[in-house]
Design a protein around this ligand. Structure first.
Ligand SMILES: C[S@@+](CC[C@H](N)C(=O)[O-])C[C@H]1O[C@@H](n2cnc3c(N)ncnc32)[C@H](O)[C@@H]1O
Length: 451
């Protein structure tokens, strides 16, 4: 099946992607030495935007910026326009277009997003993506491009080939072929885990994922070389804390670092291979962009931070406690400095950069504060309300998607300001009796879903 036919005949399970959030990508660019434009005042493009679930929340977040989304699928773009209309956003436009023929006009883009795109399209579209970014990025512009990694995908390909063979022999779809394969796979085979993982993904995802018409995983090395050949420059991972895989033995990482000390990309390739990593999300810019020394801490004084996953053995406990005391808010660095009496701002900025790179401090270009208590009249904004009505994943305050069981969506769709807490509790008891309403409401408030 061809890509266009697949996306025309089946509904892609679209959602928001935190790894493509420009509030974080611009910090990754800063760490790579580029002062990228603030996304609150920028022009952005998403390539392969599907039904707009990633782009529309960004257009809502930054009303002064302008957004363009393109996709090959007419159905997806029709849905994207409907959702944008329901959300009431006027700073976004969607076009059905093939990237190979797309001539945007209107000046360059400060930010281009191509998430879940590079590895799923043929070689000429891949080449067009890099050339497009080179032609259409502004001088300080950044592109966030994700891709599958071959080291993590390689063990999956023999399983995919076996499933295809079973299908050719008569099994109707991937799920039933996987079930047959599972029944004949030895209990100690490493393929069993892969088969179970594929079965867990389920029939809505598999045709676009493991069994997509094209799946071309790359190595970071190939990605970096291709960006260089296209006149671009790799700045780093879009979420800086994910530069290295967290679950590797530190001794092994230290050993790989010793062996590849002169070549950071070779080092990361080796770490990816050791971890069996499957995915990366990279930030790139033009090769003539004004890039300064990597990781300078001065620009970091202007960013905001929040606590990430707590490290087992925190090496900077006072900083960790200072940032965690503001949780769940993401606060300007100046407030962290004020919470650490006697500490020098630049020293705190340097320690923060280390914490970001280690993954326990999560950075953003701007603060985020919200009330974690459910309001007296819980209400969703028009975009989230429309997502609830259509049973689509709903974006949270950190750009993470939240999916719900069908019954929960009915209660969410009732959060249109017409009911107070008691009225909603009644509605929930009646339409979704199995739902533990109060803790669930607290959970929603904790993810910043209410207006
Ligand atoms: C795997 S989906 C990813 C969708 C979304 N970005 C995400 O990550 O969830 C790939 C998307 O790229 C679109 N696409 C594929 N080839 C394209 C092309 N040549 N030009 C524009 N869009 C394309 C598909 O229609 C599809 O919506």
């Amino acid at each position: 099946m061809q890509i266009q036919e697949l996306y025309a005949t089946r509904v892609y399970p679209a959602m928001s992607h935190p790894l493509s959030d420009p509030a974080v990508s611009v910090v990754a660019a800063m760490l790579g030495g580029l002062a990228a434009r603030h996304p609150a005042d920028a022009r952005m493009l998403e390539i392969g935007c599907c039904s707009g679930l990633n782009l529309i929340p960004l257009a809502l977040r930054w009303p002064e910026s302008r957004f363009v989304g393109i996709d090959l699928s007419d159905q997806a773009i029709t849905t994207a326009r409907e959702l944008a209309g329901a959300a009431g956003v006027s700073n976004i436009e969607f076009h059905t277009a093939d990237l190979r023929d797309f001539e945007p006009g209107g000046g360059g883009f400060d930010c281009i997003i191509a998430h879940g795109f590079l590895s799923w399209v043929p070689a000429d579209v891949q080449a067009a993506l890099f050339a497009f970014c080179r032609r259409n990025l502004t001088p300080e512009g950044i592109a966030t491009i994700s891709f599958n990694l071959e080291c993590g995908w390689r063990p999956r390909f023999p399983v995919i080939a076996k499933v295809r063979a079973i299908q050719q022999a008569g099994a109707a779809d991937e799920m039933s072929a996987l079930a047959i394969l599972r029944s004949v796979t030895a209990a100690d085979s490493p393929e069993l885990e892969i088969i179970d993982d594929m079965l867990a993904k389920g029939p809505a995802i598999l045709p676009f994922d493991d069994f997509g018409p094209i799946n071309d995983p790359w190595s970071l090395d190939r990605f970096v070389q291709t960006t260089v050949a296209a006149g671009l420059r790799w700045l780093g991972e879009s979420h800086p804390g994910l530069t290295l895989s967290a679950h590797l033995d530190p001794h092994l990482v230290a050993d790989l670092l010793r062996r590849h000390a002169a070549d950071p990309v070779a080092f990361m390739n080796a770490v990816d291979a050791a971890a069996g990593r499957t995915f990366r999300s990279a930030v790139v810019c033009r090769n003539d962009a004004p890039v300064e020394a990597r990781g300078a801490s001065a620009p970091m004084l202007h960013l905001s931070v929040r606590a990430g996953p707590r490290p087992e053995d925190p090496r900077d406990l006072s900083l960790l406690q200072a940032i965690a005391s503001f949780a769940p808010s993401c606060i300007p660095l100046d407030e962290v400095v004020a919470a650490l009496p006697g500490c020098d701002r630049r020293d705190v900025a340097r320690r923060v950069v280390e914490g970001i790179q280690d993954g326990w401090i999560l950075p953003r270009i701007e603060p985020v504060r919200f009330d974690v208590e459910p309001p007296p009249r819980p209400a969703l904004d028009p975009f989230r309300l429309e997502c609830a009505r259509r049973r689509l994943p709903m974006v949270d305050i950190w750009h993470q998607p939240c999916s719900f069981p069908t019954g929960h969506y009915a209660v969410l769709a009732a959060m249109d300001r017409s009911r107070d807490l008691c009225g909603l509790a009644e509605f929930s008891k009646c339409h979704c009796p199995e739902l533990a309403f109060e803790p669930w409401l607290r959970h929603l408030a904790g993810r910043g879903l209410f207006t």
